[in-house]
Write a protein that binds this ligand. Structure first.
Ligand code: NAD
Ligand code: TYD
Length: 345
């Protein structure tokens, strides 16, 4: 089976490539990634020499480059992870989100149609459903109501993907997953940012009152769901993916501080590091995903309890501190100072 994976140098894509290679002896993988600030080939250093894996640097918006790569590789399956993914960056710089997440997806769909792939899987997000009040959950039938430039661009991609199914019968699926955590996540996101700031004795910026809620899933559970949908999902269908781990941001931050304080008693890690900062513009209040459909129809279930998964993740960051230093580039530092202000840097 030949897998064309886009965005495989990022967080979830690199975990999915490792997942496939560890479980599927018959797979051949082409990782097509433009190596933006979030793409890092070191995320794949453990499998670089595996002869089932190869890499092409390219942008999903570049029709010719994608088409040439398909011509040479002849993929059976396309799994699209490539996207701009950080909500804060979408607020300050929305245009690149529309280019990569909407135009890039249309391009990939068109090339996938031309090459008659067996399945195109669009990796989407629960953020396309908008924001919940105190109760309720997102179901696949919940109307799309994106509220950030990031989620609006992902919703646009979902609609195009469905249009290619209905108009041209391209066999597609869409998965909408909740917030992921695990190894190799870029440090701009809440969990790795909190871990690294604790280790470096830096303040932890918590937006607003810290009571916004996200629903967390370990990236390995996301990968197992993706693989199942790719091979067993009914063409044209959307599947929500989640693991029922709703937590407020402040609770997440305090849990990380507690666990790290236990592992690194010499570092003086305490709740004094928490700094409540100005809220994110249009900050979605609560996400909670109902994944009954994939659980019932495809017999999937998550296997990693949140507190255990978080501890394992924290251990991983502790063991990989050297590698992470190289991710904190000058550009990232500039972004950080601009996003949070010098006060918190
Ligand atoms: P990431 O930011 O870690 O990685 C994105 C990858 O895509 C990088 O390797 C980057 O170089 C590549 N890329 C970006 N634009 C590209 C382009 N135009 N052409 C080629 N490559 C490009 O992202 P992630 O967290 O791994 O997310 C992967 C996918 O999963 C995204 O589509 C995201 O919307 C979705 N998703 C993420 C989460 C989450 O919690 N991280 C949750 C649900 C869904
Ligand atoms: P994030 O990891 O950016 O994921 P998303 O916005 O896609 O859910 O943020 C998770 C939550 O943490 C979100 O409610 C915003 C909040 N947050 C902070 O409070 N401080 C931060 O520095 C960051 C990056 C996020």
């Amino acid at each position: 089976m030949r897998y064309f994976i886009t965005g495989g140098a990022g967080f979830i894509g690199s975990n999915y490539i490792r997942y496939l290679l560890n479980r599927n002896h018959n797979c051949t993988i082409l990782n097509f990634d433009d190596l933006t600030y979030a793409g890092n080939l070191n995320n794949l250093s453990t499998i670089n020499k595996d002869n089932r894996y190869s890499f092409v640097k390219g942008n999903i918006c570049d029709f010719q480059k994608v088409d040439e790569a398909f011509d040479q590789f002849h993929p059976d399956y396309v799994v699209n992870f490539a996207a701009e993914t950080h909500v804060d960056r979408s607020i300050t710089n929305p245009d690149i989100f529309v280019k990569s997440n909407v135009l890039g997806v249309q391009n990939l769909l068109q090339v996938s149609l031309r090459h008659e792939v067996k399945k195109y899987l669009q990796i989407s997000t629960d953020e396309v459903y908008g924001s919940l009040g105190k109760t309720g959950t997102f179901k696949e039938t919940t109307p799309l109501d994106p509220r950030s430039p990031y989620s609006a661009s992902k919703a646009g991609a979902d609609l195009l993907t469905q249009a290619y199914f209905h108009t041209y019968q391209l066999p597609i699926n869409i998965t909408r997953c909740s917030n992921n955590y695990g190894p190799y996540q870029f440090p701009e996101k809440l969990i790795p940012l909190t871990i690294l700031n604790c280790l470096n004795g830096k303040k932890i910026p918590v937006y607003g009152d810290g009571l916004n809620i996200r629903d967390w899933i370990h990236v390995d559970d996301h990968c197992s769901a993706i693989d199942l949908v790719l091979h067993s999902g009914l063409p044209g269908e959307v599947y929500n993916i989640g693991a029922h781990n709703e937590r407020s941001n402040i609770k997440i931050v305090k849990t990380i501080i507690r666990i790290l304080g236990k592992f690194q008693p010499g570092l003086n890690i305490s709740e004094d590091l928490i700094s409540f900062v100005k809220d994110r513009k249009g900050h979605d209040r609560r996400y909670a995903i109902d994944s009954t459909k994939i659980q019932k129809n495809l017999k999937w279930e998550p296997s990693i309890p949140f507190e255990k998964g978080l501890e394992i993740t924290i251990h991983w960051y502790l063991d990989h501190q050297d590698g992470l230093e190289s991710v904190i580039t000058k550009d990232y530092q500039l972004y950080y100072d601009k996003q949070y202000g010098k006060k918190i840097s």
